[in-house]
Design a binder for this molecule. Structure first.
Ligand SMILES: [Zn+2]
Length: 235
């Protein structure tokens, strides 16, 4: 049975709570992903990965939190909340469900710009949750060997595997500018609002023309396998 919170009644939730005390919350973003991918890309991928893991582990799965911190994509499409807003939303959700009886909460993050905020959710919820409840945070791209991109080969391949109808391969184009600096330099530079379109020219990091559903399925298998292992390691 799919333990999607959306589909359960109060009674069903309470019954299922006798079987599991664990839940997964996917977190995404709404931001430009080049001319070929939808702004919901991070949400769709995070929710897909979360549902897959929850089904296998028989955990509850929550609806995706769609709003993230994406100021770096301005003036291209982004709906951004401030770091404190995202932190407050996620901390309130975690505290609320911990008081319902969920003891292990795993947040699956689908957007790089949310990392800084998510890192402190366990700390900021610690004193407000029952002592036997814990929050963990996993960035899904850290579960693959491939270097991650933005709307490039990796992310486009994953979306082609998850929901091909959302991908317009005929519109796919490589980064508008050569990205020759070190990853650490770009990591720092992309923290600044408006930096991403400036650095890439077209909002794409990598070359999505190399993407395929086959590559996406291989990446998803690697993610799913490593995610299950990691969640079980958390105890
Ligand atoms: Zn993305």
């Amino acid at each position: 049975m799919d333990l999607s919170i959306y589909d359960l009644s109060d009674g069903e939730f309470r019954y299922q709570l006798e079987q599991t005390h664990s839940a997964i919350i996917p977190v995404g973003s709404l931001e430009q992903h080049g001319p070929h991918l939808p702004v919901s890309t991070d949400c769709v991928i995070a929710e897909h990965i979360a549902k897959e893991a929850a089904r296998k582990l028989k955990y509850f799965v929550f609806p995706v939190v769609p709003y993230g911190v994406s100021f770096e994509h301005s003036p291209m499409f982004n709906i951004s909340v401030h770091d404190s807003t995202l932190s407050n939303i996620l901390c309130d959700i975690c505290i609320s469900i911990a008081h319902l009886g969920i003891k292990k909460i795993v947040i699956i993050n689908g957007h790089h710009g949310n990392m800084g905020v998510l890192q402190y959710v366990p700390q900021n919820t610690f004193e407000k949750m029952p002592p036997d409840s814990v929050v963990h945070v996993i960035n899904y791209w850290s579960l693959i060997n491939e270097k991650f991109d933005h709307a490039g080969e990796v992310e486009t391949s994953i979306l082609l595997a998850v929901k091909p109808i959302l991908v317009k391969m005929d519109k796919a184009e490589a980064s508008g500018k050569g990205l020759m600096k070190s990853r650490e330099a770009y990591r720092s530079m992309t923290c600044r609002p408006g930096s991403f379109p400036e650095l890439t020219g077209n909002g794409v990091w990598g070359d999505p023309r190399l993407a395929s559903a086959d590559k996406g399925n291989k990446l998803l298998n690697e993610i799913n396998e490593n995610l299950l292992k990691t969640i079980l390691e958390l105890g």
